[in-house]
Design a protein around this ligand. Sequence first.
Ligand SMILES: Nc1nc2c(ncn2[C@@H]2O[C@H](COP(=O)(O)OP(=O)(O)OP(=O)(O)O)[C@@H](O)[C@H]2O)c(=O)[nH]1
Ligand SMILES: [Mg+2]
Length: 425
Amino acid sequence: MAPQRSATRLIKFAIFAVVLIVFGYTLSSGSGNSKPTVGVVENSQPVANVPVNEIPIAPKEIPVKEAPNPIKNTPAQLKDTSSHGDQTPLGSDVHLDEKIKACFVALVRNEELSSLVDAMRQIEDRFNKKYHYDYVFLNDKEFTEEFKETVQAFASGPVKFGLIPTDHWSYPSWIDQDKAAQVRKDMKAQNIIYGDSVSYRHMCRYESGFFWRHQLMDEYEYYWRIDPGTKVYCDIDYDIFKWMKDNDKKYSFTISLPEYHATIPTLWDTTKQFVKENPQFLNDNNLLEWISDDKGETYNGCHFWSNFEVASLDFWRSDAYRKYFDHLDQAGGFFYERWGDAPVHSIAAALFLDKEQIHFFDDLGYYHVPFHNCPFDKKVRLERKCACDPNVDMTFHGYSCTLKYYDIKNIPKPKGWEKQINANV
Ligand SMILES: Nc1nc2c(ncn2[C@@H]2O[C@H](COP(=O)(O)OP(=O)(O)OP(=O)(O)O)[C@@H](O)[C@H]2O)c(=O)[nH]1
Ligand SMILES: [Mg+2]
């Protein structure tokens, strides 16, 4: 009896083992398809050898792990923290099915590749790895293969490359180029930064009046401008584009400061002339007070630092802005002076938008040489894992215009802000 029973046991064991092996094999071959998403280039060509329709570019919903001690997000719940700028939500789940038409956009040169991917890496780590928003790269020259290949490796969303049409990056017919050359000579003699640069002027004119007209931008509603070499210091755990749209925000910033007057001597008079001729564009609830200390007589130079922008493309596409840009362009100050896109965008936002449509992000953390925005509120810094030093935060510094913005919009300031006024930022 005993040898017969052990033979039966052996057979049962063998059957069980076969079932286990088959089951194990099925499981392991199934998991081979769960490769993470790769970036796609224009025309939806996948980088990997996977048919386009099989690439899960935007899985419907990715549940986000709860932080051990989450700060939940309604503005009302933030009141006790006193430092939330225009009340940005802290933390929220990721709903990719609610994504809006938005992209990152960078006007960039091939030779800036390494500092560009440095900035991209931070944006991916801090934000976009959860959302996979598109990237648009624009250049007045063809991008090299190396450039394209490298940025695609860093992007978690689709990537598009655009060549700037020549008429968007050249002298308009009405510009006297000899006069423009003389101005550059004079500015060089006065040591005005980028005063002698032709390409810088084309860049400023392009960022003012053309990037939003590029064909590749047509499909988008919102954008985030990326400058090479910039940093994002904090986790952004909500969909910033959707938040802007849901809250009817049209323009946002992280750092503000006064412009060098020598680069814009006639910008304000040219603006005043435009407003006089087109009073219908002036918003009733505008932010004029922020850009002028004497009710519009003169410009105080305050501008949003436009190397960071998350904004609505429809604002630039509006009748008001198009006509304003055309008026400025006709006046020639992009070449006869050195008008920057930052004061141009800022003056337009301050005059044509409702001030409630402008937003200061005090919760992202941002750096562009030489200035930092490092959230001054400790609670925000810890919650968002902001890798920065609040002692160099520019927000409340005497040189910044953001303090004035807080006062005009009655935004509560964080405890201890006064010590930043004279800080060594
Ligand atoms: N394709 C292209 N991009 C440019 C050119 N000049 C500037 N840019 C881009 O335009 C943006 C602004 O230029 P920057 O040189 O950073 O100007 P800035 O931020 O005022 O000055 P920095 O303090 O030097 O950074 C950056 O994204 C540059 O890569 C150009 O001639 N061609
Ligand atoms: Mg820059």
